[in-house]
Design a protein around this ligand. Structure first.
Ligand code: SF4
Length: 429
């Protein structure tokens, strides 16, 4: 069977579709990048904002137009929270909610997916797969927190962790396939193991992966600040752990944080970031923030913006508050107008851009290891190689060779359009 997979939204969705792709190929099915060639299509939807649900609907319609014969299976958060809105879309033959995603392959093929092992590697020619550099590895799902704006807890249920041995096997499998970096991802990654009573579950997971696999790089995706104690940062004594911390703040104002039911404050967040910078001096610290949360006054926004400026993030995702059905915040009063949200978002995006440039320029003239990921173009002079340092600086270099999938030292020069010009040092290759 030829299957086209489309993933929308977060890294967790992406990692789930990557896993489905590998499991389908292990069964001998083919993953096609062109939906027009597919017998079956799977869409992993997102519902984090109204825009995300609109994009999910548009994507299903677009895929049906591309191939009216293909059976479309829809899964993901939007399918979970609003099945009736999906069922009416053209071409949709099946819905699989988030709690049954693990059986998606069996639903599609009638055969249960095989656990990850090394044996099928020989069979494992990945048509259409680009570069095997960075793999997203789902280690946890669901969340037990109750942030009032968040629809993810509704869509993904209570927190649950994958068995440690499963994660180790998958990371070993990915390394054997040639991947050079594993990104651990989940809805609430910091709570890994909590559902089994392991308060230090994430620390033990990272220590075990570093000790029992040869994956050159391990990266952690988003971490809620309240899950981390200062000694968490001792993990970074191991140079294989990427110096990148994504710590969602959501607001820099304590009054707004209380209405969001976020389990952090300005003071706690400041202490955590200071501890991280002391223990991991060259770490890239990035964050998420929402503007226009119900009741966010001009004064609250100014407090938030001042705190964000003080934190000097090296990157910031700015979201305009989006009312989500079933969330506590949707029932709050004093919703903020779109024009005001737009203004506040532009203010923070300018701060974010300046912070990113400041961080990257600190490394001008330095040599750092870069994992080259893809080719962004070619000229007579060579290939435009693009990759990332462990502290997530995007680097690019024009070079006669294709460097994809290789980790090489590279001298970083100047910051141009969000990335550092670089010269690879190739003796290492
Ligand atoms: S921690 Fe909060 S924002 Fe994150 S998934 Fe859980 S409820 Fe949502």
């Amino acid at each position: 069977m030829k299957v086209h997979l489309r993933s929308l939204g977060c890294r967790l969705n992406q990692s789930e579709m990557d896993t489905v792709a590998r499991q389908l190929q292990q069964q001998g099915h083919e993953i096609v990048t062109d939906a027009a060639q597919a017998d079956a299509v799977v869409v992993n939807t997102c519902a984090v904002t109204q825009d995300a649900t609109r994009t999910s609907r548009l994507t299903v319609r677009e895929l049906h137009r591309a191939n009216t014969d293909a059976a479309i299976t829809v899964t993901g958060c939007y399918a979970h929270i609003a099945p009736a809105e999906i069922q009416v879309l053209p071409g949709v033959t099946r819905l699989v909610d988030n709690l049954h995603k693990e059986t998606l392959v069996e639903t599609l093929t009638g055969q249960p997916a095989a656990p990850f092992d090394r044996e099928p590697l020989e069979r494992d020619q990945h048509p259409g797969a680009v570069g095997r550099t960075r793999a997203f590895v789902k280690v946890q799902d669901g969340c037990d927190n109750a942030c009032t704006f968040c629809v993810t807890t509704i869509a993904r249920g209570a927190g649950r962790s994958r068995p440690l041995t499963d994660v180790i096997n998958e990371v070993r499998y990915l390394f054997a396939l040639g991947y050079r970096e594993a990104v651990l991802t989940g809805v609430h990654l910091g709570s890994y193991g909590h559902d089994r009573g392991e308060g230090d579950g994430l620390i033990r997971l990272v220590q075990t992966l570093l000790a029992e696999t040869d994956m050159p790089r391990l990266r952690l995706s988003s971490l809620e600040p309240w899950d981390l104690s200062p000694d968490f940062f001792d993990l970074w004594q191991n140079p294989r752990l990427c110096r990148h911390l994504h710590l969602p703040l959501q607001s820099g104002c304590d009054t707004t944080l209380r209405r969001m039911l976020r389990r952090t404050t300005q003071a706690q967040f400041r202490t955590l970031v200071q501890a991280a910078r002391e223990r991991i001096p060259e770490a890239r610290i990035t964050s998420d923030v929402i503007v226009g949360f119900p009741g966010e006054t001009e004064a609250e926004f100014e407090t938030s913006a001042a705190f964000i400026e003080e934190m000097d993030f090296a990157g910031l995702h700015v979201f305009r508050y989006s009312r989500r059905p079933g969330t506590a915040a949707a029932r709050l009063r004093q919703h903020v107008g779109e024009a005001v949200k737009k203004q506040r978002s532009a203010w923070l995006l300018a701060l974010a851009e300046a912070g990113e440039r400041r961080f990257c320029e600190r490394f001008a003239g330095r040599t750092l290891d870069v994992l080259w990921e893809h080719i962004a173009g070619a000229t007579e002079a060579g290939f435009m190689n693009v990759g990332y340092t462990d502290n997530y600086i995007r680097a690019r270099c024009l070079h006669p060779r294709v460097l994809t999938d290789h980790i090489t030292p590279a001298r970083l020069h100047s910051y141009v359009e969000g990335q550092m010009q670089a010269t690879p040092v190739l003796e290492a290759l």
